[in-house]
Design a protein around this ligand. Structure first.
Ligand SMILES: Nc1ncnc2c1ncn2[C@@H]1O[C@H](COP(=O)(O)OP(=O)(O)O)[C@@H](O)[C@H]1O
Ligand SMILES: [Mg+2]
Length: 302
């Protein structure tokens, strides 16, 4: 059985889990951008895709690998693992099979990475709950809409005050409680307000929720078409915005996206190290002096 300390103990990777039971809230986009931001910062990064139906992060990373080969450019890739869905008749057997697959991936990557970024599905699954138990940081992107806020809170229709805790928020609170009891570990929970309307519709309610549940909220990404365009080539706002990478001239929205993602990642307060900074500088130098494509066969499992 995997314990929180197996991957959250001393010398183990720092675990960032991206979760929200609302589909389309931007989890996979954020997971990919965070992984690439950390890689560019010189960290060693592992990613795990727990969304066995959509496989969004797995496809995103695979697209990046294919695109890098196609364009003969250097693109950083994380060590990636995907947990396939067990299709047996018995729920317990399926959970055991999926847990074993998850444990295998964690064991394979944990010694080689500083960060583990785990993307979760928009449904309440066994592995999604387990991931929240071992998280050092939980990131919850939420669109600026009271409808979408329902996974976190129920809201008074007139005053917009928080009247109750949503299903996903209950689950995160429970995971944090368990984690505290189990190894006295704290989980930083950050709600990321994405695609904000002017002034922010849900801002006040999220701030109130923050005080009630002990989470912090930060401004996320604006609504930009470029985020949808990046996926096909496996690119992110953080990649060099030149013709070589994109196959097309870059626009202003790319630059704005790059700036907002940089700011967002900075606000997460993830642990960074001097060693990572040195590694980032060395890698930059190596990239600049080498014409050869990066070894991009780093995907651990399908
Ligand atoms: N800031 C944004 N602006 C515009 N489109 C976005 C933004 N963030 C994500 N998207 C798009 O929204 C859709 C859902 O995003 P995704 O990251 O897959 O969400 P989730 O993983 O929570 O289901 C995708 O088509 C994605 O490209
Ligand atoms: Mg997703």
């Amino acid at each position: 059985m995997l314990h929180a300390t197996d991957i959250a103990g001393a010398g183990s990777p720092y675990v960032v889990v991206i979760g929200n039971e609302k589909g389309g809230s931007g989890k996979t986009t954020l997971a990919m951008h965070l992984a690439i931001a950390l890689l560019k910062g010189g960290h060693r990064v592992g990613t795990i895709d727990l969304d066995s139906n959509q496989r969004g992060l797995t496809r995103y990373i695979e697209n990046r690998r294919i695109w890098a080969n196609h364009r003969r450019i250097e693109l950083e890739l994380p060590l990636h693992g995907f947990v396939p869905r067990a299709g047996g008749a018995r729920l317990e057997d399926n959970e055991a099979e999926e847990l074993a697959a998850f444990e295998d991936i964690v064991c394979d990557v944990r010694k080689f990475v500083d960060f583990l970024v785990i993307d979760t599905p928009s449904t309440d699954t066994y592995l999604m709950r387990l991931a929240h138990l071992v998280a050092d940081t939980v990131l919850t992107p939420v669109a600026d809409s009271f409808l979408d806020l329902g996974t976190l809170a129920s809201i008074d229709p007139i005053t917009h005050e928080v009247t109750g805790t949503g299903h996903y928020a209950e689950m995160v609170c429970e995971a944090r409680r368990h984690r505290r009891v189990f190894d006295q570990g704290g989980t930083d929970w950050v709600v990321i307000r994405n695609r904000s309307a002017r002034g922010g519709l849900v801002r006040g309610s999220v701030a109130e929720l923050g005080i009630r549940l002990g989470l912090r909220d930060i401004e996320g990404c604006a609504e930009r078409i470029v985020y949808r365009q990046f996926f096909a080539a496996g690119l992110t706002a953080l990649d060099a915005l030149d013709e070589a990478a994109l196959g097309a001239a870059t626009g202003r929205s790319h630059q704005l996206a790059q700036r907002e993602i940089g700011k967002l990642v900075g606000l997460l307060n993830l642990p960074t190290s001097e060693r990572a900074r040195r590694r980032a500088a060395a890698r930059k130098e190596w990239f600049a002096s080498s014409g050869a494509p990066l070894g991009v066969d780093e995907l651990l499992t399908e």
